[in-house]
Design a protein around this ligand. Sequence first.
Ligand SMILES: *[C@@H]1O[C@H](CO)[C@@H](O)[C@H](O)[C@H]1NC(C)=O
Ligand SMILES: *[C@@H]1O[C@H](CO)[C@@H](O)[C@H](O)[C@H]1NC(C)=O
Ligand SMILES: *[C@@H]1O[C@H](CO)[C@@H](O)[C@H](O)[C@H]1NC(C)=O
Ligand SMILES: *[C@@H]1O[C@H](CO)[C@@H](O)[C@H](O)[C@H]1NC(C)=O
Ligand SMILES: *[C@@H]1O[C@H](CO)[C@@H](O)[C@H](O)[C@H]1NC(C)=O
Ligand SMILES: *[C@@H]1O[C@H](CO)[C@@H](O)[C@H](O)[C@H]1NC(C)=O
Ligand SMILES: *[C@@H]1O[C@H](CO)[C@@H](O)[C@H](O)[C@H]1NC(C)=O
Ligand SMILES: *[C@@H]1O[C@H](CO)[C@@H](O)[C@H](O)[C@H]1NC(C)=O
Ligand SMILES: *[C@@H]1O[C@H](CO)[C@@H](O)[C@H](O)[C@H]1NC(C)=O
Length: 425
Amino acid sequence: MSFGLLPVLLIIIYILYITGAEVRGPVRTQPEQIHLSYGADSTQMMVTWTTFNATNTSTVEFGKNSLDQTLTGLSASFIDGGNESRQIFIHRVMLTQLTPGDQYIYHCGSTDGWSPLFKFNATKNGSDWSPRIAVFGDLGNENSQSIPRLQEDVQRGLYDSIFHIGDFAYDMDSDNARVGDEFMRQIESIAAYVPYQVCPGNHEYKYNFSNYDNRFSMVNSGSGLMNNHYYSFNIGPAHVIAFSTEYYYFLQYGWKQLVRQYYWLINDLQEANKPKNRALRPWIITLGHRPMKGLPIVRTLGLEDVFYEYGVDVELWAHEHVYERMWPLYNRTVYNASLSQPYTNPSAPVHIITGSAGCKERHDPFVPNPPPWSAVRNSDYGYTRLHILNASHLSLEQISDDQNGKIVDKIMLIQESHGKRKPIP
Ligand SMILES: *[C@@H]1O[C@H](CO)[C@@H](O)[C@H](O)[C@H]1NC(C)=O
Ligand SMILES: *[C@@H]1O[C@H](CO)[C@@H](O)[C@H](O)[C@H]1NC(C)=O
Ligand SMILES: *[C@@H]1O[C@H](CO)[C@@H](O)[C@H](O)[C@H]1NC(C)=O
Ligand SMILES: *[C@@H]1O[C@H](CO)[C@@H](O)[C@H](O)[C@H]1NC(C)=O
Ligand SMILES: *[C@@H]1O[C@H](CO)[C@@H](O)[C@H](O)[C@H]1NC(C)=O
Ligand SMILES: *[C@@H]1O[C@H](CO)[C@@H](O)[C@H](O)[C@H]1NC(C)=O
Ligand SMILES: *[C@@H]1O[C@H](CO)[C@@H](O)[C@H](O)[C@H]1NC(C)=O
Ligand SMILES: *[C@@H]1O[C@H](CO)[C@@H](O)[C@H](O)[C@H]1NC(C)=O
Ligand SMILES: *[C@@H]1O[C@H](CO)[C@@H](O)[C@H](O)[C@H]1NC(C)=O
């Protein structure tokens, strides 16, 4: 009897070992959540993707007609802050030595699994071209009204880039970051084809913005360094600055970052205003999640005066789940260029709030009596088309998804003398 027990025990241990291995599940090295973002200049493009197990390499195979070039990058382990401490792997490869404006095909992954084949156009060089961009904020994984239309627009070649001004997925950290994974899969058929440029919103605050930080790869064109919270880049005749309004609200995550960002912004704006630079890229456009009227520390480390004085032309915001266009505005005062042509050579920035791409929080109500600087308000789900035509003309269109893609607002902003403004005495 007792002699028979040992083999039985060994068999039981062996069975437990086998089933234990099965419970651990398959090794998931198939790339997913593929997305692009701008590199340091028009010869670069960043490719970012996710796997759920580690892979031997992080590789992009790409080329103009065939996959004849190979570049490898780095992978980082990201452990979500939720109670499962879920681990995912974020892979990043910077494509370099691209020919500006040329079309490329690519796939990414490793010998443990490859993505489908995607294509993108390298960014055009110089300032003599007219970038077309879809702009919105507050796009979730549930009630994500604008996603199908954006997927269609992008695949028809309507845009050079996307600006998503904060608030993703609702929220990326939800359900132990599975909602973040699902959202990044949903936007793949947009973001794997054109650069998906982002800035942080309040919905990213969990675990010190770690889902936002780990999932995106925003490169500052000046330094070539990655910093997802504040950075700038050039496209055509525009210099675009993305920054965090959230430093002003979540001081517990480090007020030092707020101060650092403030001085970085001033430095970046000074650089952009050097005569040679401003002549080449006359438009200065900012991306920030919460509209100006929400910013608490208005005068001390406030940005309104800074953006005004350094001649920012357009300020794009989100956060409120609506579309609202303002008359040229500074210090709660309307600066119409003239009554008949308020947007022809205005002397103050033009603010647009475009936060109605669609999310599970649905719409926000408007205050009943709009302030004098509110020009147009629209509650349809949708997004904004920004077309930077040339040095003097910039067009903005609001697309209603509720009304089957109808243009519900449209302006042509004309500015023939970009530059710094004198402080108003
Ligand atoms: C793959 O990932 C799962 C989930 O994180 C983990 O349980 C498993 O041990 C990993 N397998 C390998 C071979 O690393
Ligand atoms: C990749 O790594 C796995 C172990 O993680 C190994 O079994 C496999 O041979 C490696 N493949 C290559 C091509 O190196
Ligand atoms: C881009 O344009 C600049 C200025 O005209 C030029 O110096 C640079 O060589 C160009 N780069 C490429 C990759 O064509
Ligand atoms: C990309 O480049 C190709 C070839 O030059 C062109 O036909 C296509 O319209 C471009 N796509 C976009 C989105 O600009
Ligand atoms: C883990 O967090 C989820 C919310 O993401 C919660 O529903 C669940 O009860 C938590 N589980 C434990 C064991 O704390
Ligand atoms: C939050 O993350 C930033 C880096 O992005 C770091 O500098 C800061 O110290 C962190 N704050 C906390 C409270 O962990
Ligand atoms: C802003 O407006 C207020 C009153 O409307 C005025 O007192 C103040 O001087 C203005 N500030 C600037 C910097 O123009
Ligand atoms: C600005 O111009 C618009 C359009 O002409 C007009 O409706 C609005 O009243 C003007 N606001 C001010 C303060 O002049
Ligand atoms: C800029 O674009 C506008 C609108 O298409 C056009 O009327 C204007 O002539 C253009 N300016 C230059 C300098 O090409």
